[in-house]
Design a protein around this ligand. Structure first.
Ligand code: MRU
Length: 345
């Protein structure tokens, strides 16, 4: 199973809207199709979106038939813009596009830029899975010896290019010999928990129990859950976390019941340019996703529906943030900055 791949000058991605019923791969030959696929959530999850964005820039650049660097760059500008605008909350998209932009400006001739852009996208892809294994190793120190962990949405192999962030920590803990069980929330309205998390964990024979979102408090109060671990779409400098809608409620319920609440994310998800979660743009998706369930209408036609895709969990509910460079705890302002600035060995 490959979330995303570069195959013969095309982006091949696993269409996540068709899971768990069908495993269908899409071949994208232009960056506009990639932008559409991101908006339609055929690929989703912050780190996977970063890799997709990088390949999108490489694909957009390859199609520009200009010889002068100036003309080439002026046509590449709208490609960057369209990709960054595809989904606003996950900062990994902007992070990847900025990385590509720096590579483009470092080369003089157009064919050199095109090659360098593709190499950079391939490097971002390769690094992603390695980063997840490092997050997993750090996170396993926290989860070792635990019994049941709750997770929300999908921060697994499908949200990355393999292994996962939050689910990478679960996998690493199991690999170290702890028989960890997972309780996964369904994650209305897009059902990433039931369609994706349950699918990939069952495939790896990891013990998973699915619950509806409204059952989370019940199980946290009952003492059935040893800790919660989720991914993130953007983390502000003060440690506030944007993640799938419903994360905030689970974090508050976890604190109320003295259950540790962990966030696992790569450094590319940390946005030190914003001081708090208040500044994170929250994507509002179509009301249709709420008015229907798995394509079937479940509300009166004329009724209004709100559909924010993410919420902000204030840092005071977050017990620790696990990154590839180590674990941050309060005071997040200092600890996150130190992890971001850490020089890779
Ligand atoms: O709307 P989605 O499915 O892209 O939302 C995904 C999440 O909220 C994930 O938890 C987050 O991106 C982290 S993925 C490793």
């Amino acid at each position: 199973m490959n979330t995303i791949e570069w195959v013969d000058g095309k982006i091949r991605l696993l269409d996540q809207t068709r899971l768990p019923l069908e495993e269908v791969y899409l071949d994208l030959t232009d960056y506009q199709s990639l932008v559409r696929a991101i908006k339609e959530m055929r690929i989703r999850g912050a780190p996977a979106l970063g890799v997709a964005a990088a390949y999108g820039v490489a694909l957009g650049a390859a199609a520009i038939d200009e010889e002068s660097k100036e003309a080439f760059e002026s046509r590449l500008g709208p490609v960057y813009e369209a990709i960054v605008a595809s989904r606003p909350t996950a900062v990994n998209i902007r992070w990847a596009v900025e990385r590509m932009r720096r590579v483009a400006s470092a080369h003089r001739d157009v064919s050199g830029v095109k090659k360098a852009l593709l190499n950079e996208a391939l490097a971002i892809h390769r690094q992603d899975e390695a980063i997840n294994h490092r997050i997993g190793a750090h996170g396993a120190d926290l989860l070792q010896g635990k019994g049941t962990v709750m997770t929300h949405c999908n921060a697994g192999a499908l949200a990355t290019t393999g292994y996962g962030t939050a689910l990478g920590v679960v996998r690493a803990t199991i690999e170290r010999g702890t028989a960890l069980k997972v309780m996964a929330t369904e994650t209305r309205p897009f059902l990433q928990g039931s369609r994706l998390t349950a699918w990939e964990l069952a495939r790896d024979q990891i013990d998973v129990t699915l619950i509806t979102d409204s059952m989370a408090g019940h199980f946290l109060k009952k003492g059935d859950i040893d800790c919660v671990i989720v991914g993130a779409d953007r983390i502000a400098a003060n440690g506030d976390v944007a993640n799938k809608i419903g994360t905030y409620s689970i974090a508050v319920l976890a604190k109320e019941n003295a259950v540790p609440f962990y966030v696992a994310a790569p450094i590319s998800t940390i946005d030190l340019s914003i001081s708090s979660g208040e500044e994170i743009p929250i994507e509002e998706r179509s009301p249709e996703e709420v008015l229907s369930f798995a394509g079937v209408q479940v509300a009166p036609q004329e009724v209004k529906a709100a559909n924010p895709a993410f919420d902000i969990t204030p840092y005071r509910y977050v017990s620790a943030i696990v990154t590839e460079n180590g674990i941050a705890r309060e005071p997040y302002l200092e600890e996150l900055k130190a992890l971001v600035e850490m020089i890779e060995e």
